[in-house]
Design a protein around this ligand. Structure first.
Ligand SMILES: [Zn+2]
Length: 88
């Protein structure tokens, strides 16, 4: 199944199967993390320490205090896979 793979750091978006995403070297579920649970979603060029997951899990920031752009990412993750399905 093809899904939108959106890098949360640079915004790069590609339509890939999970296997294709893994082969590109990006970090996306199910190879890294689980759909619907906050974990890093990044392309091969971006760094894990800029992800929302890092801010919450490593820096212990309160999600409610994060910028709106980060909260949009959290909402998208929590609503996977519906939020990353391809619109026909
Ligand atoms: Zn990126």
């Amino acid at each position: 199944m093809k899904l939108r793979h959106i890098c949360e750091v640079c915004g790069r978006e590609e339509v890939l199967t999970p296997e294709e995403a893994y082969e590109t070297g990006g970090d996306y579920p199910p190879h890294m993390g689980v759909l619907g649970i906050v974990s890093p979603r990044i392309c091969p060029n971006c760094s894990i320490d800029e992800t929302v997951w890092w801010k919450i899990s490593v820096e212990h920031k309160d999600p409610d205090t994060l910028p709106i752009s980060d909260r949009i990412i959290i909402e998208r993750i929590l609503h996977e896979p519906e939020s990353i399905l391809i619109d026909d």
